[in-house]
Ligand binder design. Structure first.
Ligand SMILES: Cc1ncc(C[n+]2csc(CCOP(=O)(O)OP(=O)(O)O)c2C)c(N)n1
Length: 287
């Protein structure tokens, strides 16, 4: 765990769910035996994105809403390396929703962790498309006029190969979810929706609210290798209790990388192959 630590001071608010997600991810990487120099951690812009300078590892902090494209690019270039992308609900379901849709549809072989605090945290509590309708926020004191986007329904409509849900207040369970989601990369896109506390701006789905409702569906017998419709119904049924754990998983769909015919039977990564290309002759054309 210490290898992942760095001296940069945290700027997250006290009680922020980012701490739990950050701790669970470090634990998952350590328990899987991945050292910081063996992983690529990609961060979107937002409160969660500021985690990029709070831990060690190969880190990439890109533009708001764009984490899936650059994480996928890194993975395609170096397909044996675990690549984890972190994004907020604002980034993923507004600015970057197109990338999110195609990330799942394309089955890019990465793990995507959604820091779902139901608002744009870094820009001081603006409503996102996942903020509850009629909820007063700093940008919309009368509540947003639109209905709240049903994120899990959208995810299942895209025919995912891995869907999980965790809670930032349950670090042991989140660690196990992350481990499975990182291992799923060999099969494709692993989506982990982490319901997280945001004590400063989210006064509706609070830590206490989530604590009282979240339950481990796998402990209660839910098999993630079930029909997609069954997992979808479980994910959407949040009126009284919220199912967490691995909700859906299948390993029989090839990932985007495995479908690339020019990469068939290649043992090397693109990064290794690029290193071997001699560009001297090519560059002479420009002298
Ligand atoms: C393209 C673009 N749009 C808007 C912004 C301004 N901006 C920076 S952080 C942020 C909010 C991020 O919210 P979210 O993605 O939900 O992450 P959180 O801060 O809640 O972790 C916004 C709107 C930006 N930097 N770039």
């Amino acid at each position: 765990m210490n290898d992942y630590s760095c001296a940069t001071q945290c700027t997250w608010c006290d009680g922020c769910g980012d701490y739990g997600i950050w701790t669970a991810m470090k634990r998952a990487l350590v328990e899987l035996g991945h050292a910081p120099h063996q992983v690529c951690l990609c961060f979107d812009v937002g409160c969660h994105g500021n985690g990029s300078d709070k831990l060690q590892g190969y880190r990439f902090h890109g533009l708001h809403g764009r984490v899936i494209p650059f994480a996928s690019g890194a993975k395609l270039a170096h397909h044996t390396m675990p690549v984890i992308a972190f994004g907020g609900d604002g980034a993923s379901f507004s600015e970057g929703i197109g990338h999110f849709v195609h990330g799942i549809r394309s089955n890019y072989p990465i793990t995507f962790v959604l820091h779902n605090n139901c608002n744009y945290g870094l820009t001081l509590g603006q409503a996102s498309s996942l903020t509850w309708q009629d909820q007063p926020m700093n940008s919309s004191p009368n509540g947003i006029p639109e209905h709240t986007l049903n994120s899990m329904d959208l995810v299942f409509a895209l025919e995912p190969t891995f869907v999980a849900r965790g809670f930032s207040g349950n670090i042991p369970q989140l660690t196990e979810i992350f481990k499975t989601a990182i291992q799923h990369q060999k099969h494709g896109f692993a989506f982990v929706d982490v319901l997280q506390a945001c004590p400063t701006y989210n006064h509706f789905a609070t830590h206490q609210y989530l604590l009282e409702r979240c339950y481990d569906a796998n402990v209660e017998g839910h098999d993630p290798h079930c029909e997609a419709q069954k997992a979808r119904a479980l994910a959407l049924d949040t009126a009284k209790r919220i199912a967490t754990g691995i909700l859906y998983q299948r390993e029989d769909v090839p990932s985007f990388y495995d479908r690339l015919i020019p990469r068939k039977d290649k043992k090397t990564t693109l990064v290794e192959e690029v290193k071997k290309v001699d560009v001297v002759e090519f560059m002479k054309e420009f002298i």
